[in-house]
Design a binder for this molecule. Structure first.
Ligand code: PLP
Length: 382
């Protein structure tokens, strides 16, 4: 038993998938991005749940994540590795038809070596460097890659070509993004001229799909929206105002719960927890919750966050410890050991969202979600 539990709401995933489907229309395929342990939700839970909602393409970062997704799949979905392949995993990847990004020549050459050995085509996506300067084939590398591909047609199935934008969630990056798209188009022409014909083109993440409808192409790679979050507040507000909406069409799928472990009284003037971070201004009641930074409850939330208890908000006082937080329960009556505590989610009329979390400590939804420890028990609920 873990000291807390994470519940994933199937109904919320269904709502978000429906939203993305309606956003992009039925001609555009959706790849659900499930890197970072499915943004903290758990790969093993997210994959079968999303498959039941009609998703049959998943994007992961590494071959290790691909293996987990592959094992969890109940409908033989396609899995695409966007980033790192362990050298020892190439055989497994090629044998099982796992798709992967070719973002430099090394990966192409290694893949060729294994394809020859296995006498099986590798299913690849050519990732093109268009201006982010992270991963992707530069113009010169692309020329070299084209040569290798044309000389070894037997060993490659060129399923797709892609690029990634350097921040499609903010208008501040607009010029850079549109420039990247131009470069992408130029490289496509180059490929075409050299008789390389990828089946699909994909460039948009959640933010790209929202802010650049023309860039949805054949497939979008959406992660954060599937789980019920907006890439940024800016993207959220822009969507609401463009669609004259006043309520969030997405629903957060995560609920994180724990229980009261102990309660005590603290006298006026005393300090609570480590050091001098919190001093009781008056006599107060304090409760201890067995969740701390080891579980993913960020230390930056020290003296700077709330939980829900008996349908009311209770503030976190003092520093977040490795395994515990202390909460002020002075205004909440009859708190007993074992009472449910909501760290993220709804209780009564209140909600603690990851975004409010993120706002409280100036972080990103992405970061806080992926910090949720993999060791916490996860459960799919309706
Ligand atoms: C993470 C990632 C995505 C998904 O981004 P979201 O903002 O979560 O939709 C898409 N493409 C690449 C290459 C990524 O690394």
């Amino acid at each position: 038993m873990s000291t807390s539990i994470i519940q994933i709401k199937k109904s919320a995933l269904a709502k978000n998938v429906k939203f993305v489907k309606e956003l992009v229309g039925n001609k555009v395929k959706i790849s659900a991005v499930i890197k970072g342990n499915a943004y903290g939700h758990g790969i093993e839970i997210a994959v079968p749940a999303l498959e039941q909602l009609g998703i049959n393409h998943f994007s992961v970062f590494s071959s290790e994540e691909a293996k987990r997704a592959f094992k969890s799949s109940i409908k033989k979905s396609n899995i695409m590795i966007m980033g790192y392949i362990e050298p020892g995993d190439f055989s497994w990847v090629i044998k099982n038809g796992i798709e992967f990004n070719v973002f430099d020549l090394e990966i192409l050459k290694t893949s060729l070596k294994y394809s020859k050995r296995l006498n099986k085509k590798a299913v690849i996506h050519l990732e093109i460097e268009t201006g982010m300067n992270r991963t992707g084939l530069t113009k010169n590398q692309l020329c070299e890659a084209v040569k290798i591909l044309n000389e070894n047609k037997k060993y490659f199935f060129i399923k797709g070509t892609s690029t990634h934008f350097a921040g499609a969630e903010s208008i501040a990056n607009h010029v850079r993004i549109t420039q990247q798209y131009k470069v992408f188009q130029q490289r496509l022409k180059y490929l075409e001229k050299n008789s390389i014909k990828p089946k699909i083109k994909h460039v948009a993440s959640s933010a790209g799909a929202l802010n650049y409808p023309n860039y949805r192409l054949d497939m979008v790679r959406t992660g954060i929206m599937i789980f019920g979050y907006w890439p940024t507040k800016e993207a959220y507000i822009k969507y609401l105002s463009n669609h004259k909406l006043y309520v969030d069409p997405l629903e957060r799928a995560v609920v994180w719960k724990s229980k009261i472990m102990s309660v005590k009284k603290v006298h006026q003037g005393e300090f609570v927890g480590y050091g001098f971070g919190f001093q009781a201004a008056e006599e107060m009641n304090v409760a201890i919750v067995p969740v701390g930074y080891t579980n993913g409850y960020s230390r930056t939330l020290s003296n700077n966050s709330h939980v829900l208890l008996h349908g009311k908000r209770a503030e976190v006082i003092g520093t977040v410890n490795m395994n515990m937080i202390l909460i002020n329960i002075s205004l909440i009556d009859n708190v007993k050991i074992g009472d449910e505590v909501i760290l993220i989610g709804k209780q009564g009329d209140h909600e603690i969202s990851v975004s409010s979390f993120a706002e409280m400590n100036n972080g990103l939804n992405y970061e806080l979600l992926t910090r949720l420890s993999e060791k916490i028990e996860r459960k799919l609920i309706d």
